[in-house]
Design a protein around this ligand. Sequence first.
Ligand SMILES: [Zn+2]
Length: 303
Amino acid sequence: MTEAEEIRTEHICAAPDVVLLIGEPAEAKLMVSSSTLMGSSRVFTALLGPNFREGQGINITTQPKEISLPHDDPETMSDMCYLLHGTHIDKFLKAVDTPRVLRFAITVDKYGCTEALYDRMCTQWILLANLDAFNSTDMITNGQQMCAAYLLDNPRAFYLSTEHLVSEFAKPYQELLREEWSCHFPASILYHLEAKRSAAQRKIITEFTPDKKKTADYGKCALHFRDAFGWRHWPPNFDEDELACFTAQLRKMQTIEDYYGWQGGGVGELSVELDTMCCGICLVCFKEGKAGPLLKCRDVAHA
Ligand SMILES: [Zn+2]
């Protein structure tokens, strides 16, 4: 097999002056413009600039200069280079493949291109389309979406993915730390999520524990709560039962005052309190160290 047959060549721009050889051995040749890449990030400026060994010789000869990037993934680098050159690639933008979106986010972060792509809005589109297609499928997928939103610095996608993690899953978040990509986000996000979820669980238990002094038939009352909220047990088993089941049911109710032993205020008030506990994390506040498990960001500029 000849070299041409083995290595896929992609003409990413009309007048390339650099060829990126991706993989070891090289699997793809990406024909790109050095000025576009250097205008997108300081990492590319360092890599392709005249002071760096790889950048020497660019524009001096008519032949595009070859630069080897053995540790990168061809598909991911191709996705990123097309978007940096302002070319929308249908096959990626319509991809509902979360691992691919995460690989892309990790590479964009590695090459310092988050800001350049954010300005073009394409990363927002990719993240939100992926969240839409894979809404709460499983905790690992949702964790990948959270990690991609963090790396691509997108508050909206980060808020939505962390909201799903709090409401839709009962498993310990520490399971995400076993994933190889977990080194790409701060573990403190998981402690925030755990604190939010536990606060909501405690609130439910406190509000719906029948008062033994006032309720003659404790067992009947507990069954009443279980049936009213459609849970498998009462008190709930938070290792299995997701908060979303409870909050959705609560929103449908007009009143719960008829239930035995109910000691709290109105349904609306409780709903609002639980919504605050189960809301997503504001990425801007989180990065500024201002996000707290029981705080809901009200700053419209952060959304
Ligand atoms: Zn905020």
